[in-house]
Write a protein that binds this ligand. Structure first.
Ligand code: PMP
Length: 385
């Protein structure tokens, strides 16, 4: 099977990740911060190492500013529900995932929360920045932007959007689910206050891992309260991070896998990963644009403007049908709306969604050529049946 569904979750995970998780069950089998013995200390250290690595990889000011979550969605909920607890306006892009849209919608039905969607430009990042600037009002409490659209791959100029947030003294939240591990990210340089990451995608951790990194500039209320292994006589949730936002026994096995995943990404190099994956996507794009009956929605991906995620359709054929035919032919992809209705509304694909292709660090040129052949054959078959 050729796995091109890496925008949903990366597969396979590197050998080092699988090994780290198996070892964690043996070496770090105690509860971190909740035992006065050597294995509990060793487990705490393993968890801490993961925080250190994340802080270093994403430019957070210290390991304590790294909060472990279940996934990117949970990180986004912690931030949005905290920042908008007293109401206010959120400015978001018009390619946001449901991880942003649904918490905002829920807030808008319960509290005095509104949200403004800013249409991003596919070909002019400076225009996108101007539109964000215009959308900010006195009521705006937060700007949220996906670094990369998980459907169309377009990269947003987050550093410049972050600069607007900074100017207006409001927090800037970046959804890096589709970019962490593939594009460079630095919280300081990119003016990011809250960075939401899916551990199971481009940083090659297991599913059930995610992270929220904070600049420390803005405080959040606690999200779930409970045992932290610290200040246990005090019924109030500790104020210090990460305990303020983490309660209960953590996913130590997942965190050890996530650590190994981030080390893997560091070793291979983010620039190298991006360059390779983009080359695969460009090869696919070039082949598809010359194939009869194929509909593409974006210009040919160029470095710096697009991430290695490509949506297409066989004209007049439901995306699910194409995906099913591809699956029969040995290519795994995702069809439909990809949990990002706004992006589809923007591109006019809300009816049937799109077929989404996403390679990973393990994709080879040979595999890409085989996949291209199958994509073309499948398109012809879909058109004939
Ligand atoms: N935002 C974007 C842009 C995504 O692509 C995804 C995952 N598809 C999410 C948020 C949610 O991530 P998770 O599944 O880790 O909660």
């Amino acid at each position: 099977m050729f796995y091109w569904d890496n925008a949903a979750t990366t597969f396979p995970k590197p050998h080092a990740v699988r090994k780290a998780m198996a070892q964690a069950l043996m070496r770090y089998g105690a509860n971190p911060g909740r035992g006065g013995h050597a294995m509990a200390y060793a487990t705490s250290e393993a968890v801490y190492r993961c925080r250190e690595t994340a802080a270093e990889l994403f430019g957070a000011d210290g390991p304590e500013r790294v909060v472990f979550t279940l996934n990117c969605t949970m990180a986004m909920n912690i931030v949005l529900k905290g920042l908008l607890a007293n109401g206010g306006n959120a400015v978001i892009s018009d390619v946001e995932h449901n991880a942003v849209l649904r918490p905002l919608h829920a807030l808008s039905t319960q509290k005095h929360v509104t949200y403004t969607t800013v249409p991003v430009s596919l070909d002019d990042p400076a225009e996108t920045v101007r539109r964000f600037e215009k959308a900010v009002t006195a009521d705006t409490r937060v700007i949220v932007c996906s670094h990369v659209s998980n459907v169309f791959g377009v990269i947003q100029p987050i550093r410049q959007i972050g600069a607007i947030a900074r100017e207006h003294h409001i927090p800037f939240v970046v959804d890096a689910a589709q970019s962490a591990g593939v594009l460079p990210l630095d919280m300081v340089r990119d003016n990011i206050d809250f960075l939401c990451i899916a551990g199971h995608k481009g940083v090659y951790g297991p599913m059930g891992t995610g992270m929220l990194l904070t600049s420390g500039r803005y405080a959040l209320p606690s999200f779930i309260e409970g045992g932290t292994g610290s200040r246990s006589m005090d019924p109030r949730q500790p104020d210090d991070l990460p305990d303020h936002l983490e309660s209960g026994t953590p996913n130590t096995v997942g965190i050890c896998g996530l650590y190994a995943g981030m080390q893997f990404v560091k070793t291979v190099g983010i620039a190298h990963i991006y360059e390779r994956e983009l080359a695969h996507i460009v090869a696919v794009y070039r082949a598809l644009e010359n194939t009869q009956g194929i509909q593409l929605y974006t210009p040919c991906p160029t470095a710096g403007r697009f991430a290695p995620v490509l949506s297409y359709n066989v004209a007049g054929v439901p995306s699910e049908k194409t995906a099913a035919l591809l699956s029969e032919a040995g290519v795994a992809v995702r069809a439909g709306l990809h949990c990002a209705p706004l992006a589809h509304l923007k591109m006019g694909t809300q009816g049937g969604g799109t077929v989404r292709l996403a390679p990973c660090v393990f994709t080879t040129e040979d595999e890409t050529q085989k996949v291209i052949k199958i994509l073309r054959q499948t398109a012809q078959k879909a058109l004939q049946t």
